[in-house]
Design a protein around this ligand. Structure first.
Ligand SMILES: Cc1cc2nc3c(=O)[nH]c(=O)nc-3n(C[C@H](O)[C@H](O)[C@H](O)COP(=O)(O)O)c2cc1C
Length: 269
């Protein structure tokens, strides 16, 4: 079940140093080729070997391979990117592989060169791919503490009923058949574990918003919109598994928003 993978996943930054077989890489490549997102914006994945390109990240150790991804600049490119890349990373997790979204702590110039990034493209993130070491490194332990990586906001702090004034109860979410899907959103990874997703639920839809923090939007793309794409993927995929039929819509329902909160997209049923 998708929700089990979501619950069991954690970011992996310390790898076993053994690398991944060609068969596993080929399987990931094949899966990557099948991925689409609700914006119909193509996201291109590039598989890279660490030694071949002299790549690294100060927060990683023992990794041998990376997956990077690029997308053409444009409206919603960052959201679409989060959706598609998370689909591939959760597929890798389902195969027992370790991953971690990396958007800040990487030798960015080298990665962008290695994937031949063009002026009209962006590469917000990459992820190493491999098997977790038996023990986390000291750096990794400290990093997890620093961002409180094992905790998340409560259900009632993230999800609302009809307006931002009323928290959604778990009973109501259950009645609507979206409780597990919202739980899959709540447990998703996000940049610096900020969890910027907020969802207002009505009788026939779930409206996703970004609660913006300072320092994530560089004018070309917004890492917290990548987080929102991740949340959309978690919601949609869990609903699909639960047999809940959804339609994706970009139509602001006009619900009054708190400050620094931006409408992103909706799923209606
Ligand atoms: C868009 C995005 C960018 C991230 N960038 C980094 C990064 O640059 N360096 C890093 O160590 N972790 C990064 N992370 C991982 C988060 O810190 C991590 O997901 C969060 O702390 C929650 O921990 P968990 O994934 O183990 O549940 C990023 C996550 C996301 C979603």
């Amino acid at each position: 079940m998708f929700i089990d993978d979501v619950k069991n996943r954690r970011s992996v930054r310390t790898f076993d140093g053994k690398g991944v077989s060609n068969e596993v890489i080929d399987d990931l490549k094949e899966y990557a080729g099948s991925i689409v997102n609700p914006y119909n914006i193509p996201v291109e994945f590039v598989f890279l070997k660490k030694d071949e390109h002299g790549l690294s990240s100060p927060v990683l150790s023992g990794e041998k391979e990376y997956i990077a991804a690029k997308v053409k600049k444009g409206a919603n490119a960052d959201v679409a990117y989060g959706y598609s890349f998370e689909e591939l990373l959760m597929y890798a997790v389902s195969k027992g592989l370790g991953t971690v979204w990396i958007g800040g702590t990487l030798s960015r110039d080298k990665f962008e060169k290695a994937i031949n990034l063009k002026d009209d493209e962006i590469m917000p993130c990459m992820s190493p791919i491999g098997y977790a070491a038996d023990k986390m490194g000291v750096k990794e332990v400290l990093m997890r503490k620093g961002v409180k990586a094992d905790s998340r906001y409560n259900f009632s702090e993230l999800f609302f009923a009809d307006s931002f004034d009323t928290p959604l109860t778990e009973d109501k979410a259950e009645e609507l058949g979206i409780k597990t899907a919202l739980e899959a959103v709540r447990l998703a990874p996000s940049a610096v574990n900020k969890q910027p997703w907020r969802v207002v639920v009505t009788e026939n839809g779930a409206h996703f918003y970004e609660k913006k923090d300072k320092g994530y939007d560089n004018g070309t793309y917004d890492l917290q919109k990548v987080d929102l794409g991740i949340a959309l993927y978690h919601f949609e995929n869990q609903c699909r598994e639960d047999g809940k039929k959804l339609a994706f819509k970009q139509a602001d329902p006009g619900i009054a928003t708190p400050e620094k909160t931006e409408y992103i997209a909706s799923y209606v049923w």
